[in-house]
Design a binder for this molecule. Sequence first.
Ligand code: ADP
Length: 299
Amino acid sequence: MLSIQKLSHVYPNGTRALDDVSLDIPPGMFGLLGPNGAGKSSLMRCLATLQVPSAGSIRFAEIDVLKTPAALRATLGYLPQDFGVYPRVTAEDMLDHLAVLKGIGGRGQRRDLVDSLLRQVNLWDVRKKAIAGFSGGMRQRFGIAQALIGNPRLVIVDEPTAGLDPEERNRFNNLLSEIGESVVVILSTHIVDDVTDLCPRMAILVAGRIVQTGTPADLIAALQGRIWQASIDKHELASARERQHVIATRLRAGRTVIRVLADTSPGVGFTPVEAGLEDVYFSTLSLHRQAGSAELKAA
Ligand code: ADP
C-alpha cells in the first residue's frame, strides 16, 4: 500500500503544483487522470524521490519515503514522461548497462534478466538494433523493460501512451496489465480510455487537488440517468451552453452532438444516454472550472 498524506508542492516561482493531496493506493493498477498542468508529473516525481515536496508525507509499505528515499529507490521502477535519451546503443546492451547501475551482479544473471525482459516487452527480435531507431511504441516498451529491472514493488509510469498510435497504445497497455498483481502500478495519463481499460481504481487531479477518487464503475454509476444527449446546429451551441450544463461536444455528420449533465431532461430533443468514464472526467473538469471562475469572480 502506498499512502500519500497532505502532500503539497510549491515551485520556487510560486506555482502551487500540488495542494494537500491525500491518497491511499492499494496493489494493482491505479489511474491518475488529469489535464495538462494538473500536477501529475509533479506528484510522480515526488513519489519517485526525484523532488522533495514542500509539505506532507509518503509511505510505501514499511518505508518512510521522504526520510529514506534510497530504500524506496531500491524497489522502484519509474518510466518518466520524457525518457529523453535514445542512444545509438542496442536495446540489449543498454538494458545490461542499466542492470549494472541497478546493482544486478554477475554477468550470467544479468544476461538471463535482460533476455527475459526483452521477451516480455516483445523486443527480442530487435535486441541488436539501436534504440535511436525505435518507433515511439518500441521506445515506451523499452522504457517499461528498464523500469522492471530488479523486480520493483512500486512502478510509476508517467503519461506513457501520449503520442502512440492506437495499436501501439493497445500493445503497451496489455504489457502494463501483465505486471504482477502484488505490485502497485501508478499510471498517470490524460487519456480516459487508458484508465477505463486498465485501472480498477483511479483518481482525478485538477489544479493540484484530488477532486474524485474511487473505482471507475462507482464513479460512472453516480452519473447514471444524469447524462443527456442532443444533436444541434453549431450556431445553437453558445445558447445551449448558457441554458445547460454542457460537458462535451462532438461534431457528427455536420451537426454538433452535445452531452449535458442534468438531473431531469433538459428539454425537447434530448435523449438519456448511458454514462461512461469520459462523462465522469468531463463533468468533473467542467464543475471544477465553474467553481474556479466563481472563486475568481468572488475575489
Ligand atoms: P501535469 O504533469 O499534470 O501536466 P505538472 O506537474 O507538469 O502537470 O505541472 C503542474 C504545474 O506546475 C503547472 O502549472 C506547471 O507549469 C508547473 N510546473 C511544473 N514543473 C515546474 C517547475 N520546475 N518550475 C515551476 N513550475 C513548474
